[in-house]
Design a protein around this ligand. Structure first.
Ligand code: CP
Length: 315
């Protein structure tokens, strides 16, 4: 079988992204189906998660699959010394697809190389988070009516934030202009800026975070400072509260501007913003269900045509 794993979204073409958006739209119309009846989806989370794990599990459950797995690696035989390879080989005996989050960059790639079933990367260290990117792309398309020629402002922890790394790479087909707003300590890594240059993507770097700086944004993508990635917690304390989006900073925002955040939010967006028409992060998280239904089906070889013709819909 061709390895259909989803390790990174960087290799997806424009057509493939548009295809997955169409599939997610079908699932938004009808999320309850029996398309995956008889399948087993395993969710192996070696790092904490709320949205990613629960939306993958909801996606599988609403499509009629059964779900096995763990949310805490401390309850597994990894604590007795079992390797990642052996864990993956074991779970491949039980499940048709493995959704895995791991704290090590490259863990998903490694798992995809040893596993006989598809692996879906649910986040590997500070590296990539392709299913988050798929729901981000879906949400951007939903709010802007296009993915092309947008001004995307990324704010906060651009060094360790895997969601911004993944999104940056996926947007290469759509001629974005990026604005990176981060303190020096959390700046977008050189490798990703080099990637922009190689792909002909424009970017501007800022340290100021105020109404004027963000007035040109179509998408304001806020991020949490990733405490768990810091070797020096004193450094985390120094930077953790540097960029808080306050309501009065939206006074010059474009009408179409939407604020996204992969969540969890810690201290990046004032709660008073939740009730403004700019806030879209909760709808974004809801879109995770539809995007992940599309991704699970795609890695299992179920096509958009299969979904359109599907007659297993239930209420
Ligand atoms: N966005 C995201 O990955 O959230 P969780 O860590 O809660 O899964």
């Amino acid at each position: 079988m061709k390895n259909r794993s989803l390790v990174t979204i960087a290799g997806h073409s424009r057509e493939k992204i548009e295809y997955l958006i169409k599939m997610a739209q079908e699932f938004e119309r009808h999320p309850n189906r029996r398309l995956l009846a008889g399948k087993v989806v395993a969710t192996l989370f070696f790092e904490p998660s709320t949205r990613t794990r629960l939306s993958f599990e909801t996606a599988a459950n609403r499509l009629g699959a059964r779900v096995i797995g763990f949310a805490d690696p401390k309850v597994t035989s990894g604590t007795k010394g079992e390797t990642l390879k052996d864990t993956i080989m074991m779970v491949s005996n039980y499940a048709d697809v493995i959704v895995m989050r791991h704290y090590l960059e490259g863990a998903a790639l490694y798992a995809s190389e040893v596993a006989p079933v598809p692996i879906v990367n649910a986040g590997d260290g500070a590296n990539q988070h392709p299913s988050q990117t798929m729901l981000d792309l879906y949400t951007i398309y939903q709010t802007q009516g296009t993915l092309d020629n947008l001004n995307i402002y990324m704010v906060g922890d651009l060094k360790y934030g895997r969601t911004v790394h993944s999104l940056l790479m996926a947007m290469r087909h759509f001629n974005p202009t990026f604005h990176f707003i981060a303190p020096d300590e959390l700046a977008m890594p050189a490798a990703y800026k080099r990637y922009c240059e190689e792909q002909g993507i424009s970017y501007v770097e800022h340290q100021d975070f105020d109404a004027d700086t963000i007035s040109g944004a179509d998408i304001l993508y806020m991020t949490r400072v990733q405490k768990e990635r810091f070797a020096d917690l004193m450094e985390y304390e120094r930077v953790k509260d540097r960029y808080l989006l306050k309501k009065d900073m939206l006074c010059k925002a474009r009408e179409n501007m939407k604020i996204l955040h992969p969540l969890p939010r810690v201290n990046e967006i004032e709660y008073s913003i939740d009730d403004t028409p700019y806030a879209y992060y909760f709808q974004q998280a809801q879109n995770g269900l539809y995007a992940r239904q599309a991704l699970i089906c795609d890695v299992l070889g179920i096509t958009l045509d299969d979904v359109i013709k599907d007659n297993t819909i239930y209420q």
